[in-house]
Ligand binder design. Structure first.
Ligand code: AHR
Length: 499
């Protein structure tokens, strides 16, 4: 197998928004409780947040966290999560059939987000609630003082406004599993009126409208069009969510799902631009891929879980090596759409379909999943400008989808004069690659790593998976060539100046 790539450092797709490598923290299972928040844990800080988990999250350099859901938000009363903890109500969470004791809420979240250096993407409930709760929440969070809700925030210990700039108008409202699921027409109207009220309270906020919950939704396309008809002027971003599974035990199909993600994004961009043209708008609609990941290992166990537990083990996928390759390939697709996708949230962050797992007690207190590694590399090094990559490589076809065996994304970080190449080999063969570099000088190798050599089904509970040096490469003045391991995720960092 052989792949030839060409990249011109001046041929830019778009700037990668730092918010591309965000995540989702949902009040679900052990995502919050015994995940990020566990007051009785030996590493808990003064607010009950686990510092061992904070340290692991910091390695991921996550810039934005969507919160508090997910499906959870569509039945949530945000007021339940503020004020003295001993006075907060215990509620049924209908989305996941669990008990929510509300010991973690808005203030705890904002305080924790600051510790991991992340901003909030605050989701509002457009399932069971609407305009009133949303505009009150914006007032509570962002209005300086002197009104009922802003003074309540101050009374609850936060003098300065939280100044939350990014807000999600509900969650997956196209899905019939959603509490308060709506038709596109119903959601579009409600989202428009809610956006209007929220922006009267704080005109500086940015808004995300719900797109489709996956590319396969029966309403896909029509949903986007109808919703955008209502909210085109109100929102900055349209969301899209996508999870992939290997339920069919078809590894070629599973590894090739990134091609479907690419098609999905292209489709949504086309719909946004068609609405833009029809409405004679100058404004471009950007995308928020605010839930993406692999998700399937835990579904059978979850179906059998007892309802109405506090912080049960739900959605605790143990990811294998193949899953890491899919996550890496999905991340490369996001890089390749940096001109339109501005926000991304790997769903989720801790314990719940997550790169980071915790044990409630004992050692290891935290362990890292296979998917942690490719995500950590893109979140730290896919910063700067995404470049167009020309590729020439053999491909395979699965159910009418053509998947290149070897694919790549390239990023130039002009602050560091660094060209970063991500390359994935989906074949079971060691493969040769050659990268021709144009418009750059002074090229030298900074670092090259591979994630390779594991059985596709291997998981990482024993923490033996690691990135290794990629040694079989040669760097010349205007090219780099080398060998990629079978089934491998690779990252090559080069020092390079623009010619
Ligand atoms: O991330 C898990 C769930 O997936 C979220 O709650 C929901 O938005 C999506 O269906």
């Amino acid at each position: 197998m052989k792949a030839d790539f060409k990249v011109n450092i001046n041929d830019v797709i778009g700037k990668i928004d730092p918010r591309m490598w965000g995540s989702l923290v949902e009040q679900l299972g052990r995502g919050v409780y015994t995940g990020i928040y566990q007051p009785n844990h030996p590493t808990a800080d003064e607010n009950g947040c686990r510092q061992d988990v904070i340290a692991a999250i910091k390695e991921l350099n996550v810039p934005v966290i969507r919160y508090p859901g997910g499906n959870f938000v569509s039945g949530y009363n945000w007021e339940d999560g503020v004020g003295p903890q001993d006075k907060r109500p215990v509620r049924l969470d209908l989305a996941w059939k669990t008990i929510e004791n509300n010991q973690f809420g808005l203030h705890e979240f904002m305080n924790w987000a600051q510790k991991i250096n992340a901003n909030a993407d605050m989701a509002i409930n457009l399932g069971t609630r609407g305009i009133d709760a949303a505009r009150n929440l914006v007032e509570y969070c962002n209005f300086p003082k002197g009104t009922y809700w802003s003074d309540l925030r101050i009374k609850n210990g936060q003098t300065e406004p939280f100044n939350i700039k990014l807000w999600s108008l509900g969650n997956e409202m196209d899905g019939d599993w959603q509490i308060g699921h709506k038709t596109a027409e119903e959601y579009g109207r409600l989202a428009h009126e809610t956006a209007k009220a929220m922006k009267i309270v704080d005109p500086s906020i940015e808004l995300i409208a719900c797109g489709s919950s996956s590319h396969t939704m029966a309403t896909f396309g029509k949903w986007e069009e109808t919703v955008l008809d209502h909210v085109y002027d109100d929102v900055n971003y349209l969301s899209l969510h996508q999870y992939y599974d290997n339920n069919e035990h078809n590894i070629k199909k599973f590894l090739g799902f990134s091609v479907d993600l690419d098609n999905f994004i292209n489709d949504v961009v086309a719909i946004c631009d068609a609405v833009k043209a029809r409405k004679h708008k100058n404004k471009t609609m950007y995308l928020a891929m605010d839930e993406w990941n692999v998700w399937y290992h835990s579904k059978d166990a979850d179906a059998k879980a007892d309802p109405w537990q506090i912080a049960p083990h739900l959605l605790e996928d143990h990811y294998n090596f193949a899953d890491a390759l899919v996550v890496g390939a999905m991340a490369m697709v996001l890089i390749n759409h940096a001109d339109r996708v501005k926000i991304g949230c790997l769903a989720q962050l801790v314990n719940v379909i997550a790169p980071i797992m915790t044990n409630t007690e004992g050692e290891p207190s935290v362990w890292l999943q296979s998917i942690f590694y490719p995500f950590m590399q893109v979140s730290n090094y896919a910063q700067g400008e995404a470049l167009k990559v020309e590729a020439n490589c053999k491909s395979y076809t699965v159910e009418n989808i053509t998947v290149p065996y070897i694919s790549s994304s390239a990023v130039y970080n002009s602050d560091k004069n660094e060209l970063v190449l991500f390359i994935e080999n989906k074949s079971d063969q060691e493969s040769q690659f050659n990268y021709e570099l144009t418009s750059c000088t002074d090229v030298s190798l900074v670092d090259a790593t591979q994630f390779c050599g594991y059985d596709l089904k291997q998981t990482n509970e024993d923490q033996t998976m690691q990135l290794e040096r990629l040694s079989k490469i040669n760097v010349a003045a205007n090219s780099i060539a080398g060998k990629l391991g079978p089934y491998s995720w690779n990252m090559i960092r080069l020092s390079a100046n623009v010619k």
